[in-house]
Design a protein around this ligand. Structure first.
Ligand SMILES: *Cc1c(COP(=O)(O)O)cnc(C)c1O
Length: 414
């Protein structure tokens, strides 16, 4: 299947990668917590890393392994770990790979919950520098001898800043620093993490990958680009076998096992079903977002539209290079003076007011008063978030219906 297209590979991957024994085309959901060994020596070998196998489903189970194989395959990675949520993937990975007094360089434009976690790391004795990832010089200037990780999203939400991922990847490769990329906004189908030399990608499976707003999950994928044999924080115990696997082993052991944020097997199976239509949904969401953002750009009730697909977006050309002609399914706007944010949202009928993104449905959310409320006015200003901002996650509906919904909402406010 190696040379086949993305969706062809994906819809056949359960059969070809995971090979269910009874010929089923989906890997069966296995809810067993425990695993029997006929020979105790085999159990000991699995515990001590000499053999591959499951011992307790907090650490691994066949339903999770099946999904991990598929996720790693679509990114051309060397392995993946699944978690109960995207936040679990991010926090488990960083807890497992960092030590007190390490330094990390992190995007200033972050998903609010990730920002909150970075503040927690600061409180625990990790030195964190927040930088403007649209400018590689800002990243370069922040690096210190004890910098272990550079962490960035691809397209930030809500203002849609696009990180200069190629330049940051070059910098990290040169300095031998882990480059961890949150690719939630641009899953494997639109973004090739290896092209920018990302060491690992993390993502929320809850969003585009599962897609239907019915299940939570997260993942970490090792692209194989980073040389773990030189990473100073790998525990001696995990320096066995192929060094390319050391990072994954440590995150599995210290992250997944210690913190225990395991993806439930039922959830893994449900996510695998959603994953099959990722490319179809992604194409549709991105086309719809471009159409809607273009309609709103220049509308007299709208002050600004933030969408990388618009030619006046500051990183439009970088986005065009990085995301295969797509610009993502998220955009934000500032309503014009005199148009009330809450009144406008209440007039939308098909668009749902909800916090979430990457769904099949179009969702709208006032930003400053909800997801970035806890950040306070100063941090919001630093992130470019104003009081009149609404974030939209564009779904797969027939876009004429969504444009008409916006039009009637604007009309009703006259
Ligand atoms: C939603 C999201 C997360 C967290 O994922 P959950 O599954 O909700 O925990 C992390 N990063 C980004 C960019 C997200 O949008």
């Amino acid at each position: 299947m190696k040379n086949k297209g993305f969706t062809t590979r994906l819809v056949h991957s359960d059969r070809t990668l995971n090979k269910p024994v009874d010929g089923s085309v989906h890997s069966p959901t296995s809810n067993s917590v425990l695993f029997e060994y006929q020979d105790v020596n085999d159990l000991v070998d699995v515990f001590q890393g000499r053999k591959v196998g499951h011992v307790y489903s907090r650490s691994s189970s066949s339903s999770n392994t099946a999904l991990q194989n598929q996720l790693s395959d679509i990114e051309g990675g060397i392995g993946a770990i699944t978690f109960s949520t995207g936040m679990a993937a991010i926090s488990s990975a960083l807890f497992a790979l960092l030590k007190q007094n390490d330094h990390i360089v992190v995007s200033r434009y972050l998903f609010g919950n990730t920002r909150s976690f970075m503040d927690t790391l600061c409180n625990l004795g990790i030195d964190v520098s927040f930088v403007d990832v649209t400018n590689v010089n800002d990243v370069a200037q922040a690096l210190k001898p004890n910098t272990r990780v550079v962490f960035s999203e691809t397209i930030a939400n809500p203002v849609t800043q696009v990180a200069d991922l190629e330049a940051i990847g070059n910098l990290c490769a040169e300095k031998n620093v882990i480059f961890m990329v949150d690719s939630t906004m641009t899953p494997g189908y639109v973004f090739d993490a290896k092209r920018v030399q990302a060491s690992m990608t993390v993502c929320s499976l809850t969003k585009y990958i599962a897609g239907h707003g019915s299940v939570l999950g997260g993942a970490l994928i090792d692209t194989g680009c980073y040389d773990w044999s030189s990473y100073p924080n790998i525990f001696e115990l995990y320096k066995t076998g192929d060094s390319s696997q050391w990072g994954l082993t440590q995150v599995r052991k210290k992250g997944l096992r210690d913190l225990g944020a395991t993806l439930a097997p039922d959830a893994a199976s449900e996510i695998a079903i959603g994953l099959e239509t990722l490319a179809l949904r992604m194409d549709r969401c991105c086309q719809n977002a471009l159409r809607l953002a273009t309609y709103l750009h220049g509308h007299d009730k709208v002050e600004n539209v933030y969408y990388p697909g618009l030619a006046d977006h500051p990183q439009h050309f970088i986005a065009r290079e990085l995301f295969n002609g797509n610009y993502g399914g998220i955009f934000s706007l500032d309503l014009a003076d005199g148009v009330d944010v809450h009144a406008f949202l209440n007039q939308l009928k098909t668009v749902i007011t909800a916090t979430h993104l990457g769904d099949t449905r179009t969702l709208g959310l006032p930003v400053a008063s909800t997801i970035f409320y806890e950040s306070g006015a100063q941090q919001r200003a630093e992130m470019g978030i104003g009081d009149k901002m609404i974030r939209f996650s564009v779904g797969i509906e027939d876009i004429d219906d969504i444009v008409a919904d916006f039009e009637q909402a604007f009309q009703s406010l006259k």
